[in-house]
Design a protein around this ligand. Sequence first.
Ligand code: S3P
Length: 449
Amino acid sequence: MSAHGDPIPMTARKSGPLKGRAEVPGDKSISHRSLILGAMAVGETKVTGLLEGQDVLDTAKAMRAFGAEVIQHRPGDWSVHGVGVGGFAEPSSVIDCGNSGTGVRLIMGAMATTPITATFTGDASLNKRPMGRVTDPLALFGTKAYGRQGGRLPMTIVGAADPVPVRYTVPMPSAQVKSAVLLAGLNAPGQTVVIEKEPTRDHSERMLRGFGADLTVEATDEGHVITLTGQPELKPQTVAVPRDPSSAAFPVCAALIVEGSDILVPGVSQNPTRNGLYTTLVEMGADIEFQNPREEGGEPVADLRVKASSLKGIEVPPERAASMIDEYPVLSVVAACAEGKTVMRGVKELRVKESDRIDAMARGLEACGVRIEEDEDTLIVHGMGPGGVPGGATCKSHLDHRIAMSFLVLGLAAQKPVSVDDGSPIATSFPVFEGLMTGLGASVERSNK
Ligand code: S3P
């Protein structure tokens, strides 16, 4: 699959029980961070289990453009020879981050306090997404940004020559914004403080500490107060990337809605800032056993044994949104196959992801015969019960991997096949999706084979 080539129409059909072991790839958030922090450390960082999705490969290429040596030794096994905090070289050409908001926003932060200039671009999806949420706080360090109207890419960032430390309250729940400010704070003197009212994924905090930065997190009435001491020498690490709970969500949800299924998804990160979907599924009545809980690569992980289940709709607490923000599309598919309605509130951030995910899911589910209600911040799905979704539509993926995979999961349990107009974006985060799903017994194929 290519994320940048021709569209790849795909179709999923009603499938027999899914059985077997689903080894999902490495975590995307941790993979990006291991390359970026590796590039900012002095010496050689080793990474195992790196996600080799297009998003992460684009970040690897970017780190090379900023002067780090990034080498693939074997599939999943990489090393990064870093140039140290403040050691980035000026790239000689435009940095293309492809489809990846995480890649571009974190890299902008990482270079923002070094006196170099870089121009960033992306694909048609990324070039529509707001960058002001990152360039506004970076301006406080003294960084300049020149982009298109509305703070869109392509955009040139001029790093601050004499950065000052910053105290910044992140106005929306966004780990990308938090992380961009922390990465910028690395090369500012003194202490940079980031306050987040709602906790978001904490991989940057865990990994910065792992690389030797002095970083504290305090829970206060204002929220989490994260204090980073600038200009450390980051020490190279060996990073073992755990499997991605956001990718695991697809086989897990498929097994729940395909009758008779029983699968094992080993080694999935159970980081509490990422596992909201699993809590929600259990509340809906999902039969998921969290076996063999342990720690891998500094993250809590477990093996998930998942059996087909009869599910009921629930109200998802809005305060859980940040811990499952990428999982609402596939949750809305599960909700369509449950009895009763599932109410998802406090989800307006979904509108500025790789696509407007509320709109993309609402239109596709409607086309498949599911009743939905939506407003700016809410998606409500009226469940049709097991085997109740008519299907029989082609849904638009809008250059969004998670939308494409969600509708293909729906097709496995719907009465008639469900197609997506373009499955190529799946390669950005889950390049082995098709083979992994068919290996479990799912009928997923490229429509024009
Ligand atoms: C990510 C943060 C989230 C998430 C994205 C990965 C990260 O984005 O949706 O897939 O690795 O920091 P936001 O920061 O926009 O919420």
